[in-house]
Design a protein around this ligand. Structure first.
Ligand SMILES: C[S@@+](CC[C@H](N)C(=O)[O-])C[C@H]1O[C@@H](n2cnc3c(N)ncnc32)[C@H](O)[C@@H]1O
Length: 277
């Protein structure tokens, strides 16, 4: 039985979002310091506007998401994820902030169009937003295999896929991603595009399995989410969480691997694109 809550505001989970929120707090506190020079106050307010205005502007200039994606985003936002975990309905703590969203979904969709992908692998599906966004760009005979360990999240995703004309292109593999990758590799499956967005501590293992097998097609691309991990990867190491350290290690691994070339884009929480040399 699904339990929902009044739509909570998502907390910022990107370097830019966190920066904008911090500057907003500073701007609010300026009133308590009437002795500050006016030029300093003006510059702080300009910095806040510069940071806070970017994401809304990107939204405004990007093609609107489909009705199915908008509905899925809304459904994910009102699920009582905290309650689901404490009651044992989900196997791991999940939260609405995990959903990639409009700008990243549209970016991935563009990549699918650009490389004319026919087979996509997603590692970490959650409620299916990025999977459905990419599936919308696949041809009718295209396939997206989505790995997800949490049955509740998978159930929400599958219900949404049923409501979309593109949902039939998605096959959900429920279980540990590493187990699923092993099974897909043994079955000699190969993918034009792989989107990594599951357990940050397993990113290196996913990457190695993709490259050591035929899972990544010779001309395929890997897109990896959260490679900035809220800025933790470039902030002092003493401030890093376990996930921050895992992503820093992943970024180093990729940078040192001579089999690939890559670029880390500052999109949302960092999106790295990798290809075989
Ligand atoms: C950040 S969310 C994915 C968000 C999704 N790609 C989107 O854009 O909406 C990460 C998901 O990976 C799943 N996950 C974490 N560890 C996993 C594992 N070892 N195997 C499979 N799925 C895993 C989590 O349950 C969660 O639903």
């Amino acid at each position: 039985m699904s339990s929902t809550i009044a739509k909570p505001t998502a907390r910022p989970v990107t370097p830019l979002g966190i920066l904008a929120r911090k500057l907003e707090t500073i701007v609010q506190e300026l009133n308590q310091h009437p002795d500050l020079p006016e030029s300093l106050v003006t510059q702080i307010k300009q910095a806040w506007r510069l940071a806070a205005g970017l994401d809304p502007y990107l939204e405004e200039c990007t093609t609107q998401e489909s009705a199915a994606l908008a509905a899925l985003s809304e459904k994910t936002a009102i699920e009582a994820w905290g309650e689901h975990f404490t009651q044992g309905s989900t196997v791991r703590p999940l939260e609405q902030e995990m959903l990639s969203g409009h700008i990243e979904g549209q970016t991935l969709k563009m990549f699918v169009h650009m490389i004319k992908a026919k087979k996509i692998l997603e590692i970490g599906m959650f409620t299916g937003y990025s999977a459905l966004a990419m599936a919308e760009a696949l041809p009718h005979d295209g396939l997206l295999v989505a790995c997800e360990v949490d049955p509740f999240a998978a159930q929400v995703a599958q219900a949404a896929f049923k409501e979309s004309p593109d949902g039939g292109k998605i096959r959900v593999e429920l279980g540990s991603a590493l187990e699923t990758l092993k099974k897909l590799a043994e079955a000699k499956e190969s993918f034009d595009l792989v989107f990594i967005d599951a357990d940050k501590k397993e990113y290196v293992a996913y990457f190695q399995m993709l490259l050591d097998s035929n899972l990544l097609a010779p001309t395929g691309f890997i897109c990896v989410d959260n490679t900035l991990l809220q800025g933790e990867v470039y902030l002092p190491t003493s401030e890093r969480t376990v996930n921050g350290e895992a992503i820093a290690q992943f970024n180093r691994t990729v940078a040192l691997d001579t089999r690939v070339e890559q670029v880390l884009l500052p999109l949302r929480d960092g999106l790295t694109i990798i290809r075989r040399r």
